[in-house]
Design a binder for this molecule. Structure first.
Ligand SMILES: [Zn+2]
Ligand SMILES: [Zn+2]
Length: 340
């Protein structure tokens, strides 16, 4: 079977791999769509410090089950099912797995990141990591993972109705976060350095207030935009150190800060400011199987419309030549998807 491998930063090539063998408690899924995400762009640029090469990328996957090898895993799958793949393989043995925090398993292996992923014609996946839908399109199935990241971050914040939430970063993760904040009836304030992204978010009704940021967002900017108040929840979806540092200064006293974007280094805070506000700081990593199920139902019910997000697409055969273009800010990519 064909796969696309990232040999080293900046260099993709096609390879021919051996056919995948059936294994107990696993299914073989024919890949139909692959979403491209920030992690993939970083891997390509070579600025992901712990990333190892060569690697087959691809962790946002929609496909069709072509074979199932039974074992002791209970499942509801059959050949021909359309499925989303949960790419976080957990060990099932560590303390985190034992307490249900399988999204941050001590030995987690994210396919397409820590091991080879789905930029290939087929993939073998444990049965309990496969989520089916009778009505979602392959495009929608490939978006479930990205949305899951957003839903998990919002669940970490435990919002109450009408609460003001500032989301920093209007990329695909920020979009997902905004979508679920809206569903949970929060008042959404969106901030980004790109005014065109913010316009897009206003157009699809995901933001009540939009703030274009140049430099740091200030207490004053926010109070002016939000009827004199500060957001009681700030969710950072940038992974930008300065943005993350600044969240401590622009969240209301008694508030919560959620870091869904990841920065590869130290993020420090001034303790008197942290204490004065009695802040709660939360990290959000990956998502849970229940998030996959909830998102699939929400798309099935038409509560979430994913179509406006898919800004770019490419055929599998053209991916290596088109990939670099998606990094160009002029292309205004929100989510690019590969059709296999
Ligand atoms: Zn991703
Ligand atoms: Zn574990």
């Amino acid at each position: 079977m064909k796969a696309i491998i990232l040999n080293k930063p900046g260099e993709f090539s096609f390879i021919e791999r051996e056919e995948i063998k059936a294994e107990k408690n696993r299914a073989i899924v024919k890949i139909k769509r692959i979403g491209i995400c920030g992690t993939d762009y970083h891997a390509f640029k070579g600025d992901q410090p712990f990333f190892t090469y060569p690697r087959v990328l691809g962790h946002e996957l929609g496909g069709e089950v072509v074979s199932i090898e039974e074992g002791d895993t209970a499942h509801d799958l059959k050949v021909g099912d359309k499925v989303a793949i949960e790419p976080y393989l957990n060990c099932g043995k560590c303390q985190a797995c034992g307490s249900g925090h399988i999204n941050c398993c001590e030995n987690i292996e994210v396919i397409g990141v820590h091991s080879d992923g789905g930029m290939a014609e087929y993939i073998s996946i444990p049965l309990n990591k496969i989520h089916k839908s009778d009505s979602l399109s392959f495009d929608q199935l490939a978006l479930v993972e990205t949305l899951g990241i957003g839903l998990h971050a919002v669940n970490r914040a435990r919002l109450s109705e009408g609460e003001k939430v500032l989301i920093i970063g209007a990329g695909p993760i920020g979009l997902g976060v905004a979508q679920f904040c809206k569903l949970q009836k929060a008042q959404v304030v969106m901030a980004d350095i790109s005014s065109s992204r913010l316009k897009f978010i206003e157009k699809i009704g995901l933001s009540d207030v939009s703030l274009t940021v140049s430099g740091s967002l200030s207490d004053k900017d926010l109070r002016e935009a939000c009827e004199g108040e500060l957001p009681s929840v700030v969710i950072d979806a940038t992974g930008n150190k300065n943005s993350m540092l600044n969240t401590f200064n622009i969240v209301a006293h008694g508030g919560r800060v959620v870091f869904v974007g990841l920065f590869q280094g130290d993020v420090t805070f001034f303790d008197p400011n942290f204490h004065k506000r009695e802040l709660t700081l939360l990290a959000s990593r990956n998502c849970l199987p229940a998030d996959f199920k909830e998102i699939i139902s929400l798309i099935e019910e038409g509560v979430i419309d994913t179509n406006p997000w898919l800004s770019h697409r490419t055929a599998f055969s053209d991916m290596p030549s088109n990939f670099e273009g998606f990094l160009d800010p002029k292309q205004e990519v929100i989510k690019a998807i590969i059709e296999v």
